[in-house]
Design a protein around this ligand. Structure first.
Ligand SMILES: Cc1cc2nc3c(=O)[nH]c(=O)nc-3n(C[C@H](O)[C@H](O)[C@H](O)COP(=O)(O)OP(=O)(O)OC[C@H]3O[C@@H](n4cnc5c(N)ncnc54)[C@H](O)[C@@H]3O)c2cc1C
Length: 337
């Protein structure tokens, strides 16, 4: 059981900034995110886009903002459970909450901040009848630990950045060629990545199949073959250890919607007159995931909400102490070991 002061669900910009604000109050945080990296929408959807409305930064790339937020949170040594979705919340008799993930990891704390944005990113799944039979038995929708695929025969499907980046990574880091399958010969990924894919194909490190798609899966206990349909050709079966359909991720509020929270239009209703607490005392919702009159889904609004929410969290965690806010210019940053 991971013990902390604040369990933060969602390692997007708002969850990351919460670590900093909580740290100033000497509160420890542990973040849970369904995707294997921090940054939420900024990392997943638009890492290379410039953002122009972060105070003090006339322009900053989304990916750079995430790097900066991680750096700003680092002195407060947050814990991370990444690549696992928060599934259930339970309130114990002592008032603490236990949040359990899809992989069974348990976290306990007196307070919970839901910074879940538009929800957890769920993989877009291809429509193949036998798909469910081979999930986690050869079919993987995310690359959590690339080392797990060393020496394995891999096929990646998709035409976006994620599919291209991983195909390139495996081609460059493994001895066995990696297969890449895409419906057309027009890729949505970066031009540089597309050029690299063709260069690696020429070197025999990527087996590229365009105008093709995986239409069936075969195997007994685990995936053994994928069946490829190619334009104007007969279907072929290819031996594989893993197939990675990387068709992007779409956000869904998911299990948080069943936690007894008041929900309005797919967002969690909070009290914005004070501290962004939900109808469950001790559980807060901040950033894109919440709603209240006048709500704006902007990063800077989420930062403000996080700052106020941790003030009440402090009172719940230390009911007999008083915290006097001091400017960072006065108190500096005192991190944790
Ligand atoms: C293309 C685009 C451009 C944008 N441009 C701007 C801009 O210029 N300025 C601006 O201010 N805003 C912009 N936004 C909006 C901005 O990205 C959001 O306001 C911001 O990402 C919200 O941050 P967040 O931390 O609340 O949520 P998110 O960034 O959505 O992060 C939430 C995280 O929570 C995780 N999560 C959710 N549920 C669970 C669960 N059950 N278990 C585990 N993890 C979970 C998700 O996986 C995700 O990583 C833009 C958005 C898009 C899509």
């Amino acid at each position: 059981m991971i013990q902390t002061d604040i369990i933060i669900i969602g390692a997007g910009p708002v969850g990351l900034f919460t670590v900093f604000e909580a740290g100033l109050m000497k509160l420890r945080c542990h973040l849970i995110d369904a995707i294997p990296q921090a940054g939420g929408q900024l990392s997943e959807i638009y890492p290379k886009k410039p953002i122009y409305d972060i105070p003090g930064f006339p322009s900053i790339l989304a990916g750079e903002l995430v790097d900066n937020l991680l750096k700003q949170a680092a002195p407060f040594n947050p814990g991370f459970t990444l690549g696992e979705r928060a599934e259930t919340i339970e309130k114990h008799k002592d008032g603490s909450f236990v949040v359990t993930t899809s992989e069974g990891t348990q976290h306990q704390a007196p307070t919970v901040m839901i910074a879940g944005g538009l929800g957890s990113f769920e993989p877009r799944k291809p429509k193949i009848e036998t798909l469910a039979q081979f999930e986690k038995k050869g079919v993987e929708y995310m690359v959590r630990e690339p080392e797990a695929f060393v020496g394995k025969k891999l096929f990646v499907s998709g035409g976006g950045d994620s599919a291209l980046d991983w195909a390139i990574y495996f081609a460059e880091n493994h001895d066995i060629p990696v297969g890449l399958v895409h419906r057309t010969d027009m890729f949505r990924g970066h031009k540089d990545s597309v050029e690299k894919v063709y260069a690696l194909q020429a070197q025999g490190k990527i087996d590229l199949y365009t105008h093709a798609e995986v239409v069936d899966l075969h195997g007994t206990d685990k995936l053994e073959q994928i069946e490829l349909k190619q334009k104007d050709q007969d279907n072929i079966k290819v031996n594989v250890d893993y197939w990675l359909p990387l068709f992007g991720l779409s956000p869904k509020l998911g299990p948080i919607g069943d936690w007894g929270l008041e929900i309005e239009k797919n967002a969690i209703v909070v009290d914005n007159s004070l501290d962004y607490q939900t109808n469950l005392p001790g559980v807060f919702a901040i950033g894109d995931v919440n709603t209240y009159p006048g709500k704006l889904k902007l990063i800077l609004c989420g930062f403000h909400e996080a700052t106020l929410a941790v003030q009440t969290a402090y009172k719940i965690i230390h009911p007999d102490k008083r915290f006097t806010m001091k400017y960072t210019t006065v108190q500096g940053i005192q991190g944790f070991e």
